[in-house]
Design a binder for this molecule. Structure first.
Ligand SMILES: Cc1ncc(COP(=O)(O)O)c(C=O)c1O
Length: 494
């Protein structure tokens, strides 16, 4: 064995031992590989030198011989070393990469991690999703315990068992044909969406849909009208696509563009069935004038119907898309609330002439989601489980909303008005003028209550301070306890 001058096996072993942690989760052969690679890159094992015999090194380090052999194999596979018959393992003369101590990039030296100006602009608005302080009142979270997992898994397993290798190829059809068929029927009946299966595109959830549509129908610098306060996921998608987001105020009928001169939009994003997060339901008159306004600007309307399936009061409201006669509404939906968020499936109903361009862009930009899962979902919907789950959840969510209202009223006597609630899974609590909703939200978090402040949902001046309260994802008893606790924290401030 020939180690470089001045390096003996014991000295090398000491160096390597410093890089091993027997309690760490990383496998020992990986740790040894990294320690040896560091020794090579640091010149402790220079080009041409021989690695110690595996048996000897294993004894020195108190490791199994296979662990050492594994590490050597990895170094050979990556080109740091090569074996020469029975003569041993040698450090390669030309190393596969430059020695790691590169000078830091200019951006690093200035303390910024080399991000694009777009990312630098977006990041301050993106809070890292901290663990919610407690299960109540996280908005947007469906009740996962009430989901019919057994039925879902049965369909999933059936489709998995019946699948063939071809089902796992790249797909470019814009979604499983059977899923598009049953979904089109469901949307026609349940949401009065005017569509055929050919107009549907199955996506990887709402975020992907928003990104796809922004790239497909608008150019960087185009104007996107957005409800303010509004859905942060949409605002982020428009900004990331380089659109100029114009915040529009809301009244009790929804987005209101009247009375001011806003820049001409290329796209208009709305949540007409249940405005997110204030909860207004867009009146029929406003829907019609929105369609006329979009026609005047030759703009696309993006209708996000994220929770329209859960209507609690009044007559079911038809989707805006169903009123459109000019083919300028794209209807967007998600299975994140009606099924579960991790499914990552959403859908888009587009005017027929947009379907093929959208489908091709989708296939190239993101690839398509798993068709076996989509087939299982088609069965789940087709056999009526989806419909019964929606009916069950509508009753449960309506009851929870009533419980939240009643408890807050009982505890605070109407001092905390709740807005919205005709549909959906959340309400917005209006705090007294001058309250600091960010500070109140932090105070509630320290008491184990998740209550999102309204301010970050606003691009412009918030209309009032508020808290967005999701009531869907917690059981009735937890919900009541949390409401009592929240009232105790808020009592002196209202
Ligand atoms: C307005 C709105 N759209 C869409 C979504 C989420 O859709 P997805 O789960 O598909 O990302 C949410 C989630 O809270 C939402 O509030």
């Amino acid at each position: 064995m020939r180690l470089p001058d001045g390096t003996n096996l014991t000295a090398l072993s000491e160096y390597l031992l410093a890089g091993l942690d027997r309690d760490a989760r990383e496998a020992l052969h990986r740790q040894l590989y990294r320690a040896l690679r560091a020794a090579i890159l640091a010149g402790k094992l220079p080009a041409g030198s021989t690695l110690p015999a595996s048996r000897g090194l294993a004894e020195e380090l108190g490791l199994g011989r296979n662990t050492v052999l594994h590490a050597y194999e990895q170094l050979c596979a990556e080109g740091y070393c090569h074996g020469r018959g029975g003569a041993g393992t040698f450090v390669t003369a030309v190393l596969p990469e430059a020695v790691p101590e590169r000078p830091p990039s200019p951006a690093r030296q200035q303390g910024t991690p080399g991000l694009s100006s777009r990312a630098r602009q977006l990041l301050p608005t993106l809070t890292r999703r901290a663990e919610p302080a407690g299960p109540a009142f996280m908005p947007g979270l469906p009740d996962l315990a009430a989901f019919p997992w057994t039925q879902w898994q049965r369909h999933l397993h059936q489709r998995q068992r019946a699948s063939s290798p071809a089902d796992f190829d790249y797909r470019t059809e814009g979604g499983h044909a059977e899923l598009k068929t049953v979904l089109a029927e469901h949307l026609r009946l349940s949401r009065a969406v005017d569509c055929s299966a050919e107009q549907i595109l199955i996506t990887g959830g709402m975020q992907q849909t928003l990104d796809l549509v922004a790239r497909a129908v608008a150019d960087a610098g185009d104007v996107a009208w957005m409800e303010d306060p509004g859905y942060l996921g949409a605002r982020t998608a428009w900004q990331a696509a380089g659109l100029r987001v114009t915040p529009l105020p809301l009244d009790e009928q929804g987005m209101n563009w009247m009375g001011a001169d806003y820049p001409k939009p290329r796209l208009i994003y709305v949540t007409p069935s249940h405005q997110y997060p204030l909860g207004a339901v867009m009146s029929l008159a406003r829907r019609q004038s929105l369609l006329a306004e979009a026609a005047r600007h030759d703009a696309w309307i993006l209708e996000d119907d994220y929770d329209g399936e859960f209507r609690h009061q009044g007559r079911p409201l038809a989707a805006l898309q169903g009123l459109d006669r000019s083919g300028r509404v794209l209807y967007l939906g998600t299975f994140g609330k009606t099924m579960f968020p991790a499914l990552r499936l959403g859908y888009l109903v587009a005017p027929i002439e947009l379907v093929d361009p959208l489908r091709r862009l989708q296939a190239r930009l993101y690839r398509e989601s798993d068709y076996v899962v989509q087939a299982a979902l088609a069965d789940f919907i087709g056999e009526g489980h989806f419909g019964s789950h929606l009916r069950k959840m509508r009753t449960i969510y309506a009851r929870r909303q009533a419980k939240l209202r009643d408890t807050l009223c009982e505890q605070l006597g109407g001092a905390l008005p709740l807005l919205g609630g005709e549909a959906g899974m959340h309400v917005c609590a209006r705090l007294p003028p001058g309250s600091d909703d960010l500070a109140i939200s932090a105070l509630l978090a320290s008491a184990g209550i998740t209550a999102q402040p309204l301010t970050p949902y606003c691009q412009g001046q918030p209309p009032f301070p508020g808290l967005v309260l999701g009531y869907a994802g917690v059981d009735d008893a937890t919900l009541r306890l949390a409401a009592v606790k929240m009232a105790a924290v808020l009592r002196g401030m209202l």
